[in-house]
Ligand binder design. Structure first.
Ligand SMILES: Nc1ncnc2c1ncn2[C@@H]1O[C@H](COP(=O)(O)OP(=O)(O)OP(=O)(O)O)[C@@H](O)[C@H]1O
Ligand SMILES: [Mg+2]
Length: 234
């Protein structure tokens, strides 16, 4: 069984959205049984799951203090993937979650506030010796700041090669416990999640070396990216 933690100190970066979407996509891809855990007192992932009519992925009610024991039990029950949603904080609770994880996914919006906040999360994950992947989430199409964020994140760790864009269906699908993949018809949002999951799957299987996002041509040298980060070195 592999364990993915979705973590970032920044509120609203897309942790819960990605935790739910990656869990469902993994299940659709045949990588299940998948189980979800919500250690955020806000309980957003749990509320989403309660609104859901599909029986999978499973949801596991647990506490961080019991997580190791519960993980051992889930393994014996045949669960293949555990996705853990975490609160926007950097507490000992987050440390305990990262400690039991195989991969830490850090969603980051392409905004200066999000970019400035990555340092502390990266430091903690690296201190614990865990692999991390940034996912650029909520990006506007063709916006310069997105390209700049790609540059910044690529310098500070591995960035998933799929950018998740800002689209209403990511929010609206979750109202009744679904995901963009479970809405009728094909969508670009669903294609992004499929692509993102397939990258994560390969990372979990160890099939991808530390691959960096291809930095877009002239923007690779954009001074703005450095300016953003200089305010809080990572
Ligand atoms: N790619 C996206 N497109 C449109 N809306 C999005 C996208 N990602 C997230 N959202 C919306 O942004 C808001 C914050 O997302 P989410 O709850 O997933 O963030 P979070 O990191 O879990 O927040 P918190 O730190 O409070 O736990 C939600 O309303 C969600 O529906
Ligand atoms: Mg959340």
């Amino acid at each position: 069984m592999r364990v993915i933690a979705v973590a970032s100190r920044k509120g609203g970066s897309g942790k819960t959205t990605l935790a739910g979407h990656l869990g469902v996509q993994a299940e659709l891809d045949g990588a299940g049984p998948v189980a979800l855990v919500d250690v955020d007192p806000q309980g957003s992932l749990a509320e989403w799951w309660n609104a859901r009519s599909a029986p999978t992925p499973y949801f596991v009610h647990t506490a961080v203090s019991r997580l190791s024991d519960d993980i051992a039990e889930l393994k014996t029950l045949g669960v293949e993937l555990l996705v853990i949603d975490t609160p926007p904080a950097l507490t000992s609770l987050i440390k305990d979650v990262i400690d039991v994880s195989d991969l830490v996914v850090i969603p980051t919006r392409p905004s200066p506030h999000d970019l400035r906040s990555i340092g502390a999360t990266v430091e903690l994950v690296e201190h614990l010796g865990k692999p991390l992947i940034f996912v650029l989430n909520g990006a506007a199409m063709r916006a310069r700041i997105t390209a700049e964020a790609v540059t910044v994140l690529s310098r500070h760790g591995t960035l998933a090669p799929t950018v998740v864009h800002q689209r209403v269906d990511f929010a609206s699908s979750m109202i009744d416990g679904r995901t963009v993949m479970e809405l009728p018809g094909k969508s670009r949002s669903a294609a992004e999640i499929a692509e993102l999951w397939s990258y994560m799957r390969d990372r979990l299987a160890g099939n991808v070396s530390r691959r960096h996002f291809p930095i877009p041509g002239p923007l690779a040298a954009a001074g703005e990216a450095d300016r953003v980060l200089r305010q809080e070195p990572v």
